[in-house]
Design a protein around this ligand. Structure first.
Ligand code: NAI
Length: 336
């Protein structure tokens, strides 16, 4: 079966080629999937896509028209797929439900530690022969309250690491997770986790309920000076509100691995071009903001697991017509 693999980077190709099975014919292309590039899928029975590919209704219609029957996502998140349109068009959607929660949780901790101890600033200072410590003051994680919104696979690993640092754990989720409770986590409502967390980490999926969870009218609910960390999906934070919160000190520091408008920026080398996103540019001016470009997943172990599950999804679809990890309409109805 021919599979058009969109948004391919050399590392994707390396790991997918290693896992590829007999009879699979991957057609790698660097382009992101969009209305302009969808034609690359002609002749393929399946496509393989990543987080910033466009899987809206018009694109899905074109794919179905070409005879594509499977969209194999190389991600856990599927908020960028129009599931209703896919269902109507008879397109199967598959995802990689878990690859390495450790990768994302450990990166979240890396951001927290770097931001708190100002490692990003210290690195530059020392290289310039500036050994002054002014402005580099941090706080002990030990004894601080870490709030985790979304205590699924990643949130649980994060909770375990934070417990190791001696943090007090607060959680907020649709339902409590016994593994987190066993670590001493107390589950509270949204308002209380906002009010009590010294460090607030967002680890929930992007859904209508979590869209702009942090916005203008929820900012005043946060503990003043909170360290806010988002490694989930960009739209969980309204970046305009975050800027306002940073300016008035409501947000003490901000760590991001995701950004609402990241599709136009992340995963590409834009160092020779002019940055056109003024909101992103403003975020970069704050000394207490640390941004990485959707790299939390990026470990060897995670790439291996993504490739293996993606191939397993395609193989299962080839032999039974159903991928191993299908995203069904039940997800929309909240039954899964
Ligand atoms: P998961 O499905 O294991 O856990 C998500 C948790 O969020 C579940 O416990 C769920 O009940 C909870 N949740 C859902 N709606 C909620 C709401 N309205 N309020 C509070 N909690 C809610 O997912 P996992 O693997 O832990 O991933 C979490 C998110 O991390 C993904 O949805 C994805 O957006 C993001 N992610 C980011 C990566 C990166 O590289 N930055 C890589 C992988 C995932």
């Amino acid at each position: 079966m021919q599979v058009t693999v969109f948004s391919t980077k050399p590392y994707d190709r390396l790991f997918l080629d290693r896992s590829a099975s007999q009879g699979l014919d991957p057609q790698y292309c660097e382009s992101r999937l969009s209305l302009e590039t969808v034609t690359l899928a002609e002749g393929s029975g399946a496509i393989c896509a990543f987080v910033n590919d466009n899987l809206s209704e018009p694109v899905l219609e074109r794919l179905a028209g070409y005879g594509v029957r499977l969209v194999a996502l190389r991600s856990a998140g599927f908020n960028h797929v129009d599931l209703v349109a896919a269902d109507r068009l008879g397109l199967r959607i598959a995802r990689v439900p878990a690859y390495s929660p450790h990768a994302v949780a450990e990166h979240t901790i890396a951001i927290i530690l770097a931001l708190n101890r100002k490692i990003h600033r210290a690195y530059n200072r020392v290289r310039e022969g500036n050994f002054a410590l002014d402005g580099l003051l941090g706080f002990d994680l030990n004894g601080k309250t870490m709030g985790i919104i979304g205590t699924g696979k990643i949130g649980t690993v994060l909770a375990r690491i934070a417990a190791g640092f001696g943090c007090r754990l607060l959680g907020h989720d649709l339902k409590p997770n016994p593994d987190c409770e066993a670590l001493g986590m107390t589950y509270v409502d949204r308002e209380e986790i906002f009010r009590r967390s010294d460090i607030l980490s967002l680890n929930c999926p992007r859904t209508p309920d979590t869209h702009h969870l942090i916005r203008k009218d929820t900012l005043p609910l946060l503990k003043p000076g909170v360290m806010l960390i988002n490694t989930s999906r960009g739209a969980v934070i309204d970046a305009h509100a975050a800027i306002a919160g940073l300016k008035d000190g409501t947000i003490g520091s901000l760590g991001l691995d995701v950004y609402e408008e990241e599709a136009d920026l992340f995963f590409e080398d834009l160092s020779n071009t002019v940055l056109r996103d003024d909101v992103f540019a403003r975020l970069l001016t704050f000394p207490n903001v640390l941004i990485t470009g959707h790299q939390a997943f990026f470990t060897r172990e995670a790439l291996e697991a993504i490739a293996e599950t993606t191939i397993a999804n395609i193989d299962a679809f080839r032999s039974t017509g159903v991928p191993l990890h299908a995203v069904t309409m039940d997800f929309l109805a909240g039954r899964s």
